[in-house]
Design a protein around this ligand. Structure first.
Ligand SMILES: Cc1ncc(COP(=O)(O)O)c(C=O)c1O
Length: 353
């Protein structure tokens, strides 16, 4: 697909690293010295460029502004005590990116551009990955329709880019959620399983309404009946009833989370019984009433696992019990030990830069 596997590197003349105050960072606002760019034109990918981070020029008629043909990924690079840097399951993100591309009628990005390009970029800006509990470099590969013209048809030109932003362990405070009974994140046959930019735009309004009521997130339910839980905000969802861990099965409305997949494997490694199946809201409410509901948590790259303290569904409100030796804490610790190279990686998830 590519003309060349060559990556042309144009380095910054002076790094911003030394003048960046890492104690005063706002997530997603500071970017490293370099970014990657590769354009699709005339039916093929052009040479990959790594260059100083900065503005790009596009015309107002650029298709992405009009029809939202845009996808992205979210991943992280971690540093261990010795200063080595690792990615976590990067090929999984590359594969999911290309599934999103296919659904949005965009060209697939070759391995050399996405994975090898990412490794080269991270290696160049290695100094921006800080060592410390919860510290990481957030990696944002994305692709936009870059052809000019407002005709409602797929673009003939695309821009694939990667930008990177230092991230720290963030504590969201206590998370309480509303289980959706009106709004939907995704529909059957739609793009919910893709990391399409528009999915996030569509979730902001219902999420704002939930926040006005004092809740931090929405548990999305199936669009057809609102009877089954599907995702927790921008995370996959897990529910512990008794000692069993339940999670919604993948379908075309749910993002196939890489953390979800890892949590399932970790849980099984710990001897926990995991069921991937549809979970009724009524089942959760019944378990809450009879004391069997032990934990609800979300999983995602950003925070690994976020425990949910309480939920509301219509008139029903419930506060989760505080329990000892909870799954959320144990599985999060086990996963972070792998990400930060503190333990054996028996599933081969870590990729050293
Ligand atoms: C809608 C949605 N669900 C789930 C996830 C979790 O996916 P992953 O574990 O691959 O980060 C994300 C992204 O973080 C997401 O945006």
């Amino acid at each position: 697909m590519t003309d060349t596997n060559e990556i042309v590197i144009d380095r910054v003349s002076e790094s911003r690293l030394a003048s960046t105050n890492f104690d005063d960072l706002v997530f997603g606002k500071t970017f490293t010295d370099h970014m990657l760019e590769c354009n699709w034109r005339d039916g093929k990918w052009e040479t990959t460029h790594i260059k100083p981070y900065g503005p790009i020029q596009v015309e107002p008629s650029c298709k992405v502004f009009h029809y939202g043909q845009a996808i992205f990924e979210g991943m992280k690079a971690y540093k261990d005590e010795a200063g080595d840097v690792f990615l976590f399951r990067p090929e999984d993100n590359w594969k999911r990116f290309n599934e999103s591309a296919k659904r949005l009628a965009m060209p697939e990005v070759p391995y050399e551009v996405f994975v090898e390009g990412l490794k080269t970029l991270v290696n160049l800006d290695k100094g921006w990955v800080k060592y410390g509990e919860g510290l990481s470099l957030y990696l944002r590969p994305f692709m936009i329709a870059s052809e000019n013209g407002v005709a409602a048809a797929p673009s003939t030109e695309y821009k694939f880019m990667i930008v990177m932003s230092p991230a720290f362990a963030y504590y969201r405070g206590e998370v309480r959620v509303i289980i959706a009974n009106q709004f939907s994140r995704a529909a059957d046959g739609g793009v919910g399983y893709a990391k399409a930019a528009g999915n996030y735009a569509a979730s902001f309004y219902p999420n704002n309404l939930a926040m006005e009521e004092g809740y931090q997130q929405i548990i999305w339910t199936d669009a057809a009946s609102h009877e089954y839980i599907e995702e927790a905000g921008t995370m996959n969802i897990f529910v512990r009833i008794g000692d069993k861990l339940l999670t919604a099965p993948n379908n075309d409305r749910i993002l196939n989370g890489i953390t979800r997949r890892s949590v399932i494997q970790m849980a099984k490694d710990h001897g926990i019984e995991v069921e991937e199946r549809r979970i009724r809201v009524s089942e959760i409410k019944e378990a809450a009433q009879n004391g069997e509901l032990k934990e609800i948590f979300g999983s995602g790259t950003a925070a690994v696992i976020v425990p949910i303290k309480g939920f509301k569904h219509e008139d029903f409100k419930y506060e989760l019990p505080v329990i000892e030796n909870d799954y959320a804490t144990n599985i999060k610790a086990a996963l972070m030990d792998i990400q930060y190279n503190r333990t054996e990686d028996k599933h081969g998830w870590r990729v050293k830069i």
